[in-house]
Design a protein around this ligand. Sequence first.
Ligand code: HAM
Length: 425
Amino acid sequence: MEIRNVKGTHDIFGEDSRIYGYIYDNFVAFASSYNAKHIIIPVIEQSDLFQRGVGEASDVVRKEMYTFLDKGNRSITLRPEFTAGIVRSFIQNKMYATMDLPIKLYYCGPVFRYERPQAGRYRQFEQLGVEFLGSDSEMVDVETISLAYNFLKSIGLGEIVVFKINSLGDEETRDNYRLALKEYFKEHLENMCNDCKNRYELNPLRILDCKVEDDKKYIVNAPKINDFYSSNSKIRFEKTLRALDILKIPYVVDNTLVRGLDYYSETVYEIHFKDEDIGALGAGGHYSNLIEELGGPKLSGVGFSFGIERLLSLFKDKNPYYKQVIEQEQIVYIMPIGEESVLKGMEIASKLREEYIPCEMCFDNVKFGAMFKKANRLHASYALIIGEEEIKNDTYKIKDLESATQIEVSGEQLIDKIKQLFFHL
Ligand code: HAM
């Protein structure tokens, strides 16, 4: 019987993996321009990390974690997100003591959530993001937003996204707001879903995120957090929005945005496609207590993560240059006729690869016509023709497949000539 992939997982290959590479490369370029460095953390962590870090009240911890006992009876969880693991690493490796703050880290890799699969929602998906750790400045929050925006612009999506932004305020703000929400929802609670009943006890802010249609009529009239900001939080949020205005980052303030993970305080944001709700492309925010709650010093952090699958599908649907990005990849197709030519071709291919020129060689015993067809299917930029005559004269033909022009070059000059053509030297 054929073995198929696990429900909610998927393979990324062909065109999609090329776009993935393009997205990743642009992200790394932008993260590096903010002086962020790469961090690689384990896919498995102790389950406690997420229970304490992401929060017992979050859906992710309550319903969606892949948790199991290992052979030593330890409770292990496949990471459902990166932030808690990165903060763990920051504390465990005492990065805060040995490096200048904020420490800026970027990451990429698979995360796991046992959700109901649907379009754009998987059980294993890829996240790409940053965490800037160790500074409480609202300008560091702004830096993460501007990084996310500049990166989206670089892949042609800047014009079609909007940042939804809110402030969850400081402790004082949230204490007062929680009391007001409890007071308000008290009389509606018995008509609301069981999740909301739980949230009422654990974290009433999460009720605002309820997706149950019947509950929405109660939620629209709930008190709004902006009426409860402490003066510090109010000033902080105003400064944040002012900086976004100056940087011309497109945003809307959404006072109902609370986010599904419990570690946030002050600024939170989500990045959406502006014409249609296809789920958030990415999301993030500031956390003032997470580092301390996980056993580290009293320092703040801020970060965001993109879901690569969602970026990828938006890129394919909406980026007018999408085909160009895919076809941009150039290769030289080496076309040998006869056994000696194959060996000569291997020698040339090896020299081209030493010069970082991608090439592929035809090993099928077919005529030139068939080889040219394959070169076109591969979007090859150049074909290199090697037959018995060419070997005898040590002169080879390079055909530009776009302009259909052909030149002859001696063996001695061959690699330099292809390099010139390839890199437009
Ligand atoms: P999150 O909102 O849970 O935040 O996830 C971030 C992004 O991951 C979402 O905006 C979405 O694009 C993608 N995503 C989430 N669930 C799925 C799914 N089931 N299938 C496909 N894509 C999905 C976090 O994970 C936080 N750690 C972000 C953060 C970083 N906050 C501070 N630093």
